[in-house]
Design a protein around this ligand. Structure first.
Ligand code: ZN
Length: 306
């Protein structure tokens, strides 16, 4: 079976078992109860080490201030994945024309104007302006924990490549030493968590899908400096799929959002993102399409059995 066939087969199985509810748009699916429940149980497994760390839990909507989006530099590197929210602000005449165009199946984007918000491209983005505005970090830095919906414009038939999905992110802000130590600690913890639910995983240095010719240089640089690591597992592509990623941003967000350590230096930041949907998909792929048939040990870790 080639890659396309195995992706179609897995997608059809997910739909047949009620895990994915197709909407007709590639990479945009509803989720059924059994799928959602498995993902939420995984989140509770992650709660343990996060609470032990004393991470602050914060919650943000899946949209981001456009001003913040502009400051992150996302358009410098990944414009092709972005999503900006547009709306209508014309008069009655323009509205009548707009409705008429839609009725005729004609293009209507010229009637729409940019709003003050974009879709959130990475769960951790709202953290940085917040921390910058709250003044210097405490001596031990900060640890934050959030679950957020993310948009990436990459329509695909790969069931593991969604346009809108959730990421559970741990974010660390502090001195370079604090951040690097935290990242090493969470690499071990991340691998432990994913191994405990019976997934065959390995850690790889990786790079982001930066845009265009300049992007290839950024990718090479990111790999050379080992700024990004991914935990990968086979799902339904020829190459294993990244289900968790570790990103060390050095002083990128610290300088963009004026985040200072207690000593007044520009703070370094790192984040760790567990892919809610991808890990859940990996579970259904590895252990079968019904939770009741999953290995007892895995059911135990996820709290299905005592
Ligand atoms: Zn992040």
């Amino acid at each position: 079976m080639n890659e396309k066939e195995s992706q179609r087969k897995f997608f059809n199985e997910l739909v047949a078992h009620g895990h994915f509810l197709p909407t007709g748009v590639p990479g945009v699916h509803g989720r059924g109860a059994e799928f959602e429940d498995a993902g939420m149980r995984l989140m509770r497994v992650i709660d343990g080490p996060s609470d032990a760390d004393g991470a602050e839990r914060v919650h943000f909507p899946p949209i981001l201030s456009r001003k913040v989006f502009e400051r992150t530099g996302y358009m410098d590197t990944m414009p092709h994945l972005s999503g900006c929210v547009h709306s209508f602000s014309g008069d009655d005449v323009a509205q009548a024309e707009l409705v008429d165009r839609i009725a005729k199946g004609e293009p209507w984007e010229t009637f729409m104007q940019m709003t003050d918000v974009t879709l959130t491209p990475a769960a951790c983005y709202p953290i940085y302006p917040m921390c910058g505005e709250q003044g210097p970090l405490p001596p031990d830095g900060r640890r934050l924990d959030l679950l957020s919906w993310i948009f990436r414009h990459e329509p695909s038939d790969d069931p593991a490549r969604l346009q809108n999905f959730r990421q559970r992110e741990m974010v660390r802000l502090g001195t370079p030493e604090q951040v690097q130590k935290w990242r090493r600690l969470w690499m071990d913890r991340g691998m432990e968590i994913l191994t405990s639910i019976g997934l065959e995983v390995h850690l790889e240095t990786a790079s982001d899908p930066f845009f265009g010719r300049g992007g290839r240089m950024l990718q090479a640089n990111q790999r050379a400096l080992a700024l990004k690591f991914e935990v990968q597992t086979p799902i339904c592509s020829d190459e294993p799929t990244a289900i968790t990623s570790f990103n060390y941003h050095e002083d990128h967000f610290g300088s963009k959002f004026d985040i200072k350590t207690s000593a007044g230096e520009v703070a370094h930041t790192a984040c760790l993102g567990f892919g809610f949907e991808r890990i859940t998909l990996a579970l259904f792929k590895a252990h079968g399409l019904r939770v009741a048939n999953w290995p007892e040990q895995v059911q135990k870790v996820l709290g299905y059995v005592g």
